[in-house]
Design a binder for this molecule. Sequence first.
Ligand code: AMP
Length: 190
Amino acid sequence: MINVVLFGPPGAGKGTQAEFLKDKYQLVHISTGDVFRHNIKNATELGVLAKSYIDKGQLVPDEVTINMLNAEVEKNKEAKGFIFDGFPRTEAQAESLAELLETKNTGVSGMVALEVDDEVLVGRLLERGKTSGRADDADENIIRNRIKVYYSETAILKDYYEKQNKYHGVDGVGNIPEITERISSVIDKL
Ligand code: AMP
């Protein structure tokens, strides 16, 4: 199994790249943000809870997120591997993912981190907010809070995977196919 953690701050292009990579490598793409948004749209209990955090640009609590992620993985028993997009975002989530994959005799093959400057991120997210319908993309204060949360809570995962020799940084600025190529050259060596 190949299990890729696609990493990077909000607006780095994880979702866009995952769409290409899942077809290229025949992997199941799980975006925790997309699953939350789907639940919000359908006004499920999970959606109502997640919305109260997402609208402020804060992280949804670990326990809720981990349970949801585990359920998504279990729905895909035939998968050849996964692209995790937006997960893990905390060390507790990373530990839990390792445990889950261990029960399937596999693990995280590598983390691919898209590196993009903060001001480029803000510009991209504001632009996306014009059409995405996402409240958390429409307000510059919420965008800046999401980037702040990324640095204060999520960026430590770089060290976490570096210690396991699984961290691979990729320049996330350029055109979309170019960046797909850069990521592919990392995945091909995993
Ligand atoms: P994203 O689509 O990845 O930008 O996620 C949108 C929002 O969903 C984030 O700002 C968080 O509020 C929430 N979210 C997504 N993934 C996670 C996660 N792994 N842990 C906690 N909250 C998450």
